[in-house]
Design a protein around this ligand. Structure first.
Ligand SMILES: [Zn+2]
Length: 74
Protein backbone atom coordinates (compact mmCIF):
# COMPACT_ATOMS: atom_id res chain seq x y z
CA UNK A 1 0.00 0.00 0.00
CA UNK A 2 1.23 3.44 -0.86
CA UNK A 3 0.88 6.09 1.76
CA UNK A 4 -0.49 9.31 0.33
CA UNK A 5 -0.09 12.20 2.72
CA UNK A 6 -3.30 14.15 3.01
CA UNK A 7 -3.04 17.87 3.51
CA UNK A 8 -5.66 20.40 4.41
CA UNK A 9 -6.17 23.96 3.26
CA UNK A 10 -5.96 26.39 6.19
CA UNK A 11 -8.72 28.55 4.72
CA UNK A 12 -11.47 26.28 3.40
CA UNK A 13 -10.43 23.04 5.16
CA UNK A 14 -10.57 21.10 1.93
CA UNK A 15 -8.47 17.95 2.07
CA UNK A 16 -6.38 16.57 -0.72
CA UNK A 17 -2.99 15.44 -1.91
CA UNK A 18 0.01 17.62 -1.19
CA UNK A 19 0.36 18.50 -4.85
CA UNK A 20 -3.01 20.25 -4.88
CA UNK A 21 -1.86 22.96 -2.52
CA UNK A 22 0.71 25.68 -2.15
CA UNK A 23 3.00 24.81 0.72
CA UNK A 24 3.83 27.71 2.93
CA UNK A 25 6.45 27.65 5.66
CA UNK A 26 7.68 30.41 7.85
CA UNK A 27 11.44 30.16 7.53
CA UNK A 28 12.40 29.76 3.92
CA UNK A 29 11.04 26.28 3.44
CA UNK A 30 12.23 24.80 6.71
CA UNK A 31 10.19 23.71 9.64
CA UNK A 32 6.48 23.36 9.85
CA UNK A 33 4.48 23.90 6.73
CA UNK A 34 0.91 24.93 6.17
CA UNK A 35 -1.06 24.31 3.03
CA UNK A 36 -3.42 26.48 1.11
CA UNK A 37 -5.38 26.14 -2.13
CA UNK A 38 -3.74 27.99 -5.02
CA UNK A 39 -6.68 30.30 -5.53
CA UNK A 40 -7.36 33.90 -4.62
CA UNK A 41 -10.51 33.13 -2.63
CA UNK A 42 -8.70 30.92 -0.13
CA UNK A 43 -5.71 33.21 0.18
CA UNK A 44 -7.93 36.23 0.82
CA UNK A 45 -9.87 34.27 3.39
CA UNK A 46 -6.63 33.19 5.07
CA UNK A 47 -5.37 36.77 5.08
CA UNK A 48 -8.52 38.00 6.79
CA UNK A 49 -8.31 35.37 9.52
CA UNK A 50 -4.50 35.19 9.57
CA UNK A 51 -4.95 31.45 9.09
CA UNK A 52 -1.34 30.77 8.14
CA UNK A 53 0.03 32.65 11.11
CA UNK A 54 -2.22 30.73 13.45
CA UNK A 55 -1.46 27.38 11.84
CA UNK A 56 2.29 27.93 12.13
CA UNK A 57 2.22 29.96 15.35
CA UNK A 58 4.37 32.68 13.89
CA UNK A 59 3.79 36.25 12.86
CA UNK A 60 2.88 36.56 9.22
CA UNK A 61 2.47 40.00 7.73
CA UNK A 62 -0.19 41.01 5.25
CA UNK A 63 2.47 41.40 2.58
CA UNK A 64 3.15 37.67 2.79
CA UNK A 65 -0.45 36.95 1.88
CA UNK A 66 -0.24 39.46 -0.93
CA UNK A 67 2.79 37.62 -2.25
CA UNK A 68 0.91 34.33 -2.19
CA UNK A 69 -1.92 36.04 -3.96
CA UNK A 70 0.38 37.11 -6.75
CA UNK A 71 1.73 33.59 -6.93
CA UNK A 72 -1.77 32.14 -7.23
CA UNK A 73 -2.82 34.56 -9.91
CA UNK A 74 0.06 33.73 -12.22
ZN1 LIG B 1 -8.84 26.22 0.27
Amino acid sequence: MTYIPIRQCVACRKKGAKSEFIRFSARGGEGRGAYICPNAACIKKAKKANALGRALRVHIGEETYDELLREAEK
